[in-house]
Design a protein around this ligand. Structure first.
Ligand SMILES: O=C(O)CCC(=O)C(=O)O
Length: 259
């Protein structure tokens, strides 16, 4: 199926049109196969102490430098900047494992159980922009792909409850087929799920979620002091370490240190 594919780097007017129309972009060739393999090994270490079942681990960037480098990847960050402007944070980082022969996940929009984003207004506002780095090859369906419903961030009605309950198929479900090292960038309002994984090798995906700076981080209550001290100025700022972030009128957030 057609992919909303765009080039890495600068966020063009056409990228914006594609994102607004579909709710997501696919950026190929962000990581080399070697870089993706390094991140795959790091992901295995992160999940090593868990049972071998679907699960997500946060804060991998604190211990794994190859995952830290993805926080401000030059192929992706200009797209985030194009959508959010000069002030945003890394709201969370989730490293997801889907075991070999894992089934489909549940359909959902990203959001919150407390005053969910769709209560804030229509269309559902962009509050969590997720960059998903594919650490395995997903050029074929049934390889633990993500499945998204194009344009569904603009739907005035929710996905029918029976489809959600029985994890049913949707005729316009788009199983993202993309090579290892590609990035899927998507709007929180897009209905999506984990697609089935028929392969023999566990699948890992590294997700980075960006938000306006007034959103509370989800993978941490506080930042690790040790991490802040040793990381780059850009990553430090992305962890939400702004000067006077709670000064009145919201105008006091420092812009990120773009060169
Ligand atoms: O399968 C995955 O890696 C992503 C799961 C998902 O849809 C989510 O975390 O919102």
């Amino acid at each position: 199926m057609l992919n909303p594919e765009v080039a890495p780097g600068p966020f063009t007017d056409l990228d914006r049109f594609v994102f607004e129309s579909w709710g997501y972009l696919v950026i190929p060739d962000v990581l080399s196969a070697d870089e993706a393999a390094e991140c795959y090994d790091a992901s295995q270490r992160l999940h090593a102490a868990r049972d071998r079942e679907f699960g997500q681990i946060g804060r991998g960037y604190e211990t794994e430098s190859c995952l830290e480098r993805l926080i401000d990847h030059p192929a992706v960050l200009p797209k985030v900047r194009g959508l959010f402007g000069d002030r945003f944070i890394l709201q969370a980082s989730w490293n997801t494992m889907q075991p070999a022969h894992g089934g489909v996940g549940g359909w959902h929009q990203d959001g919150s159980s407390a005053y969910n984003f769709n209560q804030v207004g229509y269309p559902v506002p962009l509050i969590q922009l997720r960059a998903s780095f594919l650490l395995t090859d997903q050029t074929e369906p049934g390889t633990g792909n993500m499945e998204l419903i194009p344009g569904s961030h603009r739907s005035q009605v929710p996905l029918p409850p029976d489809i959600r309950t029985n994890r049913g198929d949707v005729p316009i479900g788009h199983v993202i087929c993309a090579p290892i090292g590609s990035v899927l960038l998507f709007h929180n309002g897009v209905w999506h799920r984990t697609y089935r994984h028929d392969g023999e090798r566990d699948r890992y995906t590294a997700h980075y979620v960006y938000s306006p700076p007034w959103v509370r981080p989800a993978d941490r209550f506080t930042n690790s002091e040790a991490f802040l001290e040793r990381t780059t100025p850009m990553c430090r700022a992305l962890m939400g370490e702004f000067d006077r972030p709670d000064a009145p009128y919201g105008a006091s957030y420092e812009p990120l240190p773009f060169e």
